[in-house]
Design a protein around this ligand. Structure first.
Ligand SMILES: [Zn+2]
Length: 68
C-alpha cells in the first residue's frame, strides 16, 4: 500500500510540475501576443479584415517600439 501511495504522490508532483511548466509557457507566449488583435495579426473591421496597426499584422508585440 505504501508503494501505491508513493506512486500517487510522485504522479501528482509530476503532474503539478508539468501544469506549472505549461502555465509559464502560456504566460510567456501571451506576453508577446498583441493585446489588440489577440495574436491574430488582424481584426475584423466594418467591411473587411483589417490588418492590425499595433503589431503590423504579425500578431506579436513590437518590442523595439514599446517598453513594458
Ligand atoms: Zn495586433
Amino acid at each position: 500500500m505504501v508503494i501505491i501511495f508513493r506512486i500517487v504522490i510522485a504522479a501528482l508532483i509530476i503532474w503539478g510540475f508539468w501544469t506549472l511548466v505549461k502555465f509559464v509557457i502560456k504566460r510567456v507566449v501571451q506576453r508577446d501576443q498583441c493585446p489588440r488583435c489577440e495574436g491574430k495579426g488582424y481584426w475584423l473591421g466594418m467591411r473587411e479584415r483589417e490588418r492590425c496597426n499595433e503589431c503590423f499584422g504579425t500578431g506579436k508585440l513590437q518590442r523595439l517600439s514599446k517598453k513594458s
